[in-house]
Write a protein that binds this ligand. Structure first.
Ligand SMILES: Nc1ncnc2c1ncn2[C@@H]1O[C@H](COP(=O)(O)OP(=O)(O)OP(=O)(O)O)[C@@H](O)[C@H]1O
Length: 248
């Protein structure tokens, strides 16, 4: 298995005025190609900060991060990054928001594919609405779709399903699992939902309270493709229990 992302001894302290806040301390994480890796941990421990550092939005950190074997500081690698807040542009319609990555990359000949994805994501009929006119769950779905169209082989997803109702969440989880197989993506995923982490992931890292470091690494041995019957198996409950105990 080829290493896709390697994070070694990552530390980060925010400095504001005279105060400083140590958020990450000697954090080590590794993702292999095509792996689905989740991060879980207490609220405010620094999970989003890790994704922001990877996405290049926080430059000031210590430690080593490589992507495809190249230092992140020297590389211009483009991640498909979806922040916790969807960040749709309020002045662009849903459709125009979704196709933004295609405009930026100059590839706008994917009309049919985009139309099909809009249907699959339950956004059909809302293409010409503005973000202020659609629900939180719809905004999240539009955000996920836009991230997918960034066409990066690494997706960084910060609680992408947080605002979704149970049924839509299940549909989106299933879509993501399909994407993983069909498009060979590597995914780093933040969630507060232990069950979601076990169902989707090959590996789950449990982070400590701030300053965050890894307190548990759990490899999930379920084969792919995954199915919902796994959720009631004994192994599934055992995985959940291990993670819960690590968090408490
Ligand atoms: N730009 C910043 N300046 C100062 N402090 C920050 C900044 N960004 C984040 N923090 C602080 O860093 C800590 C970690 O924030 P972060 O958003 O990474 O946590 P999180 O684990 O993703 O939280 P949650 O699970 O609640 O989303 C928090 O205490 C937050 O207030």
């Amino acid at each position: 298995m080829r290493t896709k992302i390697k994070i070694e001894n990552l530390s980060k302290t925010f400095k504001a005025k005279k105060k400083s806040l140590e958020v990450l301390k000697n954090l080590n994480i590794e993702l292999y190609e095509n792996q689905f890796v989740s991060l879980i941990g207490p609220s405010g421990c620094g999970k989003s900060t890790i994704l922001r550092i990877l996405a290049g939005l926080e430059k000031d950190f210590s430690g080593d991060i490589t992507v495809n074997g190249e230092s992140i500081k020297a590389s211009s690698f483009q991640f498909g990054y979806m922040p916790q807040k969807d960040l749709l542009m309020p002045w662009r319609t849903v459709y125009k928001n979704i196709i933004l990555p295609l405009e930026i990359n100059g590839t706008q000949d994917r009309k049919l594919e985009v139309e099909n994805l809009i249907k699959e994501f339950g956004l059909q009929g809302f293409e010409n609405f503005y973000p202020g006119e659609i629900s939180g769950g719809m905004k999240q779905r539009a955000g996920i779709l836009r991230t997918f169209l960034m066409d990066s082989d690494i997706m960084l997803l910060d609680e992408p399903f947080g605002a979704l109702d149970a049924i839509t969440r299940i549909k989106m989880q299933e879509w993501l699992l399909k994407v993983l197989i069909e498009h060979k993506k590597t995914v780093l995923f933040i969630t507060h939902d232990i069950e979601e982490a076990v169902f989707l992931s090959d590996r789950v890292y449990v982070l400590s309270d701030r300053p965050a470091h890894v307190i548990k690494t759990l490899d999930i041995g379920f084969p792919r493709p995954r199915n919902r019957e796994m959720l009631s198996s004994r192994e599934f409950l055992e995985y959940k229990d291990i993670l819960l105990k690590a968090l408490l």
